[in-house]
Design a protein around this ligand. Structure first.
Ligand SMILES: [Zn+2]
Length: 73
């Protein structure tokens, strides 16, 4: 019997809006797949960020620059 309870890593992304230059914090969960990024470095190297949809909560702009990544719980 296998009680599999794999923890899905979460990351906090610090994103600066290219339009209004204000900063947003975005918490993302990566899919629980074998090649999923497990830390911030792997996340930066993956194409996960490239496929991420960002919408600025201040101006609704959707172009953001990720300037920081922190690993969540
Ligand atoms: Zn904005």
């Amino acid at each position: 019997m296998y009680a599999v309870s794999r923890k899905v890593p979460t990351f906090e992304l610090f994103i600066r809006c290219e339009n209004c230059l204000r900063e947003s914090l975005m918490v993302v969960e990566v899919p629980d797949v074998d090649d999923a990024p497990r830390d911030a470095d792997q996340l930066a190297d993956s194409n996960f960020l490239a496929n991420l949809r960002f919408t600025c909560r201040h101006c609704r702009g959707n172009i953001g620059c990720v300037f920081g990544v922190a690993q969540g719980g």
